[in-house]
Write a protein that binds this ligand. Structure first.
Ligand code: KG4
Ligand code: ZN
Length: 346
C-alpha cells in the first residue's frame, strides 16, 4: 500500500512544507523570513510567527501542486512539535491539526532535531540497523545514538553552552560580519591558514575530558577569539580575519568530528549521519569525510538544501513513523520549546 505524508516545519524562521510518498520526496517548498533579520542581528520571534501565518496556506498549496497531489491523497500529517520558538511552532502545529482533523488522517507531532537526521534517508537510502547522529545547528550541537529512527533514539551528549552555529554567529559579530555569520566565516576560513592560530578545544583535558566524552563547550573558544582580537588591537597589529576564521573553524570542527566518530567506535556503529544548518560548513564536510574514511566509518551528510530547516525532514520522519506503525499524536498535542532529544513524537 502506498503512503503519502505531508510534513510541516515552522520551528524557527522557515515555513517548510513537503510531500513524501513511499520514501520518495515529491515536493519540498520553503518560504523564509530570514531577510528581515539582517538589520536586527538575530531572529525576532514575533516577526517569524507572523510570517509563518502569512506563508502557511500558500506554502501548503505550493507543495501540493508541485507534488501533483491533492489533499485527498494525504494519508498522514507530520509537524514539528519542538524544539523551537513557541509562536513559530504553534502556527505550524495549529495548521497541522486543522488539516489532520478535516481530512480524518493521523497526526504526528515530531522532534525537529531527529528530523535533521531523518531527511538523509530520502537522499542516501535506507539507514543501517543502527548509527550515530550528529546534529549541528544554530540552536543545537548534539550526538545521538539511533537504533531505530521511529522508536529508539537516545542523546549521548550535547553542548554545555553555545551551539556550533551560535558560536559562529557570535564570532561573526566580533569580526564585523553580517548576520548570520556562519556562512561568512566559512568563506573566509577557506582562504585562511588553519594552523596559524591554535584556539582551545574546550573539555579537552583532565577530569572534564573523562566526564564529558560526548559533550561540547564552545563559549570559552568564543572568549579566546575575543581576547585574541583585543590583544592584536592593543599591540597595534592588523588582524587576519581569514586566519582567525580558519583557526576558529578548525577548533570547532575538530571537536565535532572527533567526538562523534569516537561515539561510532564506542557503540560499534559503522555509520555517522550529520545534519542541521551547520552541516553546510565546508570544513566540517571535508574533515568528517577524511577522518571517517581513515576509520572505516561511512559518513552520510545530505546535500546543503536539506541541511537548513525544511519540510522534507519532517515529512521523512513522518513517513518513517507511519511505516513503523508508531503511535499517532493526540489532536490536543501541545508544542514543547525544549523537547527532549530522546523523544521522537509528542
Ligand atoms: O539548522 P539551522 O538552519 O537553524 C537552526 O535550527 O538553528 O542552522 C542555522 C545555523 C546558523 O547559526 C548559521 O550561521 C549556521 O547554521 N550556518 C553555518 C553555515 N551555514 C549555516 N555555519 C557554518 N558554516 C556554514 N557554511
Ligand atoms: Zn534546524
Amino acid at each position: 500500500m502506498s503512503i503519502t505524508v505531508l510534513g510541516i516545519e515552522t520551528s524557527c524562521d522557515e515555513t517548510g512544507v513537503a510531500v513524501v510518498r513511499d520514501g520518495e520526496l515529491l515536493a519540498d517548498v520553503t518560504a523564509t523570513s530570514m531577510d528581515e533579520y539582517a538589520r536586527y542581528g538575530g531572529i525576532i520571534p514575533e516577526i517569524a510567527s507572523r510570517a509563518h501565518l502569512q506563508q502557511m496556506v500558500p506554502t501548503i498549496n505550493g507543495a501540493l501542486e508541485k507534488a501533483g497531489v491533492t489533499l485527498d491523497d494525504i494519508d498522514a500529517v507530520a509537524v514539528t512539535a519542538g524544539p523551537g520558538l513557541i509562536g513559530s511552532l504553534t502556527v505550524g502545529v495549529s495548521a497541522a491539526k486543522a488539516l489532520a482533523l478535516s481530512l480524518g488522517v493521523p497526526l504526528y507531532g515530531v522532534n525537529h532535531i531527529i528530523g535533521h537526521l531523518a531527511v538523509d534517508e530520502l537522499v542516501d537510502g535506507p539507514f543501517p540497523e543502527k548509527f550515530i547522529g550528529l546534529v549541528v545547528s544554530g540552536g543545537h550541537s548534539s550526538i545521538l545514538r539511533v537504533n531505530n529512527i521511529a522508536n529508539d533514539v537516545s542523546e549521548l551528549g550535547g553542548t554545555l553552552d553555545d551551539a556550533a552555529g551560535e558560536a559562529f554567529d557570535k564570532v561573526g559579530r566580533l569580526l564585523g560580519l553580517p548576520y548570520p555569520g556562519g556562512p561568512h566565516i566559512d568563506r573566509l576560513s577557506q582562504v585562511g591558514d588553519r594552523a596559524a592560530i591554535r584556539f582551545p578545544r574546550g573539555l579537552e583535558s583532565g577530569k572534564n575530558k573523562e566526564k564529558h566524552p560526548y559533550d561540547f563547550s564552545f563559549s570559552g573558544l568564543k572568549t579566546a577569539v575575543a581576547r585574541y582580537i583585543e590583544g592584536c588591537e592593543a599591540r597595534g597589529e592588523e588582524i587576519s580575519k581569514e586566519n582567525i576564521a580558519a583557526g576558529f573553524t578548525e577548533a570547532i570542527v575538530d571537536t565535532l568530528t572527533s567526538k562523534s566518530l569516537k561515539a561510532c567506535q564506542a557503540f560499534d556503529c559503522d555509520t555517522l549521519v550529520i545534519g542541521g544548518g551547520f552541516s553546510a560548513n565546508s570544513r566540517l564536510r571535508a574533515l568528517a569525510a577524511e577522518r571517517g574514511e581513515a576509520m572505516g566509518i561511512n559518513v552520510r551528510i545530505p546535500p546543503l538544501r536539506y541541511c537548513t530547516d525544511n519540510g522534507a525532514m519532517i515529512a521523512a520522519l513522518g513517513y518513517a513513523l507511519v511505516k513503523n506503525g508508531a503511535q499517532e499524536s493526540e489532536l490536543d498535542l501541545s508544542v514543547d520549546t525544549n523537547m527532549d532529544l530522546d523523544r521522537i513524537t509528542m
